[in-house]
Write a protein that binds this ligand. Sequence first.
Ligand code: MN
Ligand code: MN
Length: 478
Amino acid sequence: MAKKKEEKPELKKEENSKTKELKEKLFMKKVNQTLSIDDDEIDSADKFCEDYKVFLDSSKIEREAVKTSVELAKKAGFTEYDPAKKYKAGDKVYVVNRGKAVMFAVIGKHGCKDGVRLSIAHIDSPRLDLKPNPLYETNNLAMFKTHYYGGIKKYQWTVIPLALHGVVALKDGSTIDVCFGEDKNEPCLCITDLLPHLASEQMSKTMGRAFTGEDLNVLVGSRPFKDDSESELVKLNILNILYEKYGMTENDFLSADLELVPAQKTRDVGFDASLIGGYGHDDRVCAYPALKAILDCKTPKNTCITVLTDKEEIGSDGNTGMCSDYMRFFIEDLAQSEGLEVRHVLTKSKCLSADVNAAYDPTYAGVYESNNACYINGGVVITKYTGHGGKYGTSDACAEYMGEIRALLDGENILWQAGELGKVDVGGGGTIAKFVANMNVDVVDLGIPVLSMHAPFEIVSKVDVYMTYRAFKSFFEA
Ligand code: MN
Ligand code: MN
């Protein structure tokens, strides 16, 4: 039954408009939707993401991301940094650290006397590494033993096509690049799983226990080398193929960085093609906009630096991770060439720590706090702090710096949102922000909301990727 319409007196109407006015003035504006951006900008986002997809497919591991980035940078006029050389405003340089991390800088009109502007993303992603002694034969099948890298749900890495990427270092000092399983005419590798018919015990286990790290064994071959008198012929056949292809023997696995990654290519997702699905968005989806922003950077006021770092997924330890001094050494070189102390430069520096955040997933709504979650198509997400429990293990950005970044994004009309990583005490995570903060630099996390983070096929929104590029660009140009 319909409710009877009541005649509203004139006075009430006036009050309503006052309430509306006050709401307009005081409430947070939640226009966080693609609806609020015009068609041209959506076209720009789609176009930007075509190039990003190419980048992602050619950068499945950190070494490839470094190579691809340096190639793009050279085309944009960047040259290898020489500490002995004097640089002037507008000069573009890069430094590669052990083939697994890279820094790009554009010298500013003021150099580094007022600090540098840093955008830092990571180019390592969760994956399966080969163990130092990986190859074995069992029941006429050749297999690889693996050691997982970063936070994965192990079951997601079974029964999908896998490719092997990385390098093998030989004793003569040379290295062999390996990329096997990507070409559709080439075989791939795969981890097997149990058929449901025999899996009642497996399926009664909790998800975390159904697969152990030692179950992640990769099937790599099954045909024997043609010789009846010897044992381990399937393994021999594989080693023979590897020898013919790469000139390596079994011992050479001991000095290799070989990583198994999903073999599929990046694809658009959705009937409207508004999303991108692919492996390793975390964190190449931030690395690419940060890279593009520095490549497009003309002569900035302050020296601008994009750092693409390694080892974030395992805590940033090691000489190519953010706990290493490699970035500080570079900034020290820049500072000294201007007669400045690095500590004075760092103290005045500002950083966007570029990393992804967990996009609100309505299917798993229970782990998010909807007022403080980030959303697909909400734009670039600013994360004031990450960490776990009572804000442990994080850099909580200062209100003042948050205010500065907020003003910058609003001023440039960039679609952005604030986000927290899930409900309090549900879990947590960290980024490189805290290591940069330890250098006494102003830093906040900024990045892209991701669905199915750390899965072999992660999903992001094209609009969000583009807004992140615009954010870095404005930050450098400010
Ligand atoms: Mn990340
Ligand atoms: Mn991650």
